[in-house]
Ligand binder design. Structure first.
Ligand SMILES: Nc1ncnc2c1ncn2[C@@H]1O[C@H](COP(=O)(O)OP(=O)(O)OP(=O)(O)O)[C@@H](O)[C@H]1O
Ligand SMILES: [Mg+2]
Length: 288
């Protein structure tokens, strides 16, 4: 289990007058993630997702607040916690002078994996992401989807119990994305805790046990995807008006049909989804 309590990250940034101002990227964030859970962090660009992940993976020091990994803090148990954590970063960051296999080898060494285990583990992880035949290639020669899968294989090399994935499927085609979903599900089914960020709301809906929505560094809602949809009303009526696309939500299809029947415009009736909840919640915040 991972617990975050009152996490804050402030950056000192220079404004136009060359004066320093304090920018709060993460603002008093508290949440808990259970073992084996797939937990989604959602929020608009600049919401503070990557900053949160970087603090949780010990890449960055919080300004204040606490992170507990199974009750332990990174100050007290830095090395042990590093061994528990795997990271799939938002930006692809292979060493481009090394082959795929050498990149994996480097990572295994960084995690002090014994020599007699390294070769087999690298082969197994490349096999897991279906990249066995790339071991002697240079990473830059791989396609975008292959690079993302290689990032996952690299993150798993030391068998971490907690995997952080920052936009693991960005810019991937639907087939590759679904392959990565299957990988994530099989990891969680084997007890790995997965914390991921994504802008693909259907991805969070398909994968995540629970989802936290953050905006401007603050937690604005946390629930299961189903509960988010229930909160809105299970059925959506969607129609176009001169003011743009409009939505209303209802608990039953019957109520939705009565409402739609009274509209001047033709309307579409469908099940509500996490994207509806995301837009409602983040719009409402922006309007405040
Ligand atoms: N090293 C830094 N120095 C100064 N400001 C930063 C730094 N890193 C992030 N920020 C700022 O903190 C805020 C949160 O950024 P962050 O990268 O965490 O957002 P995000 O939710 O991951 O966004 P995206 O969806 O675009 O990846 C932004 O306003 C960003 O400009
Ligand atoms: Mg980010």
């Amino acid at each position: 289990m991972i617990t975050i309590e009152g996490l804050v990250k402030e950056f000192r940034v220079k404004n136009r007058d060359k004066k320093y101002i304090i920018k709060k990227a993460v603002d008093n964030l508290s949440l808990q993630v259970s073992k084996g859970e797939i937990f989604g962090l959602l929020g608009p660009n600049g919401a503070g997702k990557t900053t949160t992940i970087r603090m949780m993976t010990m890449e960055m020091q919080p300004t204040s607040g606490k992170i507990l990994y199974a009750g332990r803090t990174s100050e007290a148990d830095a090395l042990a916690i590093k061994e528990m954590i795997g990271v799939v970063p938002q930006n692809i960051n292979f060493d481009n002078d090394l082959t795929v296999g050498e990149n994996m080898e480097l990572h295994a060494r960084l995690h002090h994996m014994p020599k007699n285990q390294r070769k087999q583990r690298i082969a197994d992880m490349l096999d897991f992401v279906e990249l066995s035949n790339t071991v002697n290639l240079m990473p830059r020669t791989l396609s975008g989807g292959m690079k993302r899968r290689l990032l996952i294989a690299r993150a798993l090399i030391h068998n971490p119990s907690i995997l952080f994935m920052d936009e693991p499927t960005v810019a991937l085609d639907p087939q590759v994305r679904r392959k990565i979903w299957d990988l994530i599900r099989s990891l969680a089914a084997n007890g790995t805790t997965v914390i991921l960020t994504t802008h693909y709301i259907e991805e969070a809906e398909a994968l995540c046990d629970r989802v936290a929505i953050v905006n401007e560094g603050r937690l604005i809602a946390l629930d299961t995807p189903e509960a988010f949809c229930q909160r809105m009303g299970k059925i959506a009526v969607e129609w176009d008006s001169p003011e743009g696309r409009q939505y209303r939500f209802f608990d039953t299809r019957k109520e939705a049909a009565v409402f739609a029947g009274e509209l001047e415009h033709s309307a579409h009736i469908r099940r509500s989804n996490l994207e509806d909840a995301f837009i409602e919640l983040t719009d409402r915040e922006e309007g405040m």
